[in-house]
Ligand binder design. Structure first.
Ligand SMILES: [Zn+2]
Ligand SMILES: [Zn+2]
Length: 282
């Protein structure tokens, strides 16, 4: 948190705890309409591809075309070309391993929400193993600090999140994580994940931006969230004087809980695979 405070101080922002609101983002200088207050890459993101949606979107740039090519190993990831496939490979390498264990029917139950959660744990592992670096604004502690509002969710939602958590647990097969924690993370997604939109405001994917998620909702927001590809930036829509809270309209939780997942699933045995290089595209 201290690292985050000092990183944000350089951007003329602070994150005080406001009674009744929790963490909140404040301007420490004047911002004017059009100014970028903060920009962030997603901690994890996923395009809105379901087993039935066509055409698919590229995992790297979220563009859509009929010429996208599918990962030949897991049959879940799509790419517009080798540049996007390579840029995604560190994370997809691990994801590809776990998804390719699934039979076709189980693979079809991997919704964007399930994929987002699987990717969350895989990215945490990559940072824990120092395969990819952690920074003050890009680390799992920021995800841990997000609110889950578990006491506000209905019993039906809780059952749904627990079923989805069960599936994620079965896909990862990591004994060190528990279903309760994954269930809570689904609730965090519902409260904090953002719908990524293209320039025409069509939803193209979902991403978790843990610093941007600190910004509280207001019915009269003084900033707006805009996307360029999957990069998010918060821009002032009016003069925000020094010492004012930055507020946003909400666009969270669009894809969490879109479909029911069978609670019990079985998986094929694991075949060893040389994953040093990206799988060929189909
Ligand atoms: Zn692409
Ligand atoms: Zn793959």
């Amino acid at each position: 948190m201290e690292n985050l405070q000092s990183a944000l101080k350089d951007r003329n922002l602070s994150v005080p705890i406001v009674p009744g609101k929790g963490r909140s983002l404040f301007a420490t200088r004047d911002f004017y309409s059009g100014d970028v207050i903060i920009g962030q890459e997603p901690y994890v993101c996923v395009p809105n591809n379901s087993s039935v949606s066509t055409p698919k979107r590229c995992d790297g740039c979220f563009t859509t075309s009929n010429a996208l090519r599918r990962c030949s190993r897991c049959h879940v990831a799509y790419y517009c070309g080798t540049a996007c496939q390579r840029s995604e490979w560190e994370l997809h390498r691990l994801e590809c391993e776990v998804l390719s264990r699934l039979d076709k029917e189980k693979r079809n139950s991997v919704t964007p929400s399930i994929r987002l959660m699987v990717r969350l744990y895989l990215r945490r592992k990559l940072q824990n193993d120092k395969v990819i670096p952690s920074t003050a604004t890009d680390n799992y502690n920021l995800v841990e600090a997000l609110v889950a509002h578990m006491s506000d969710i209905t019993e039906e939602q809780l059952v749904l999140y627990a079923q989805m958590a069960n599936l994620v647990y079965s896909i990862l097969q990591w004994p060190e994580i528990n279903i309760k924690e994954i269930t809570e993370n689904f609730s965090k997604f519902a409260c904090n994940a953002h719908t990524i939109c293209d320039s025409e405001l069509r939803p193209v994917g979902t991403g978790l931006y843990p610093v941007i998620s600190i910004i509280n909702h207001s019915c009269l927001p003084n900033s707006v969230l805009v996307f360029e590809g999957r990069s998010a930036s918060v821009r002032a829509v009016q003069h925000i004087p020094k010492g004012t809270e930055v507020s946003n309209s909400s666009n969270t939780a669009a894809t969490v809980g879109v479909s029911r997942i069978p609670p019990f699933v079985s998986f094929n045995s694991v075949a060893w695979y040389d994953s040093t290089y990206p799988s060929p595209l189909l």
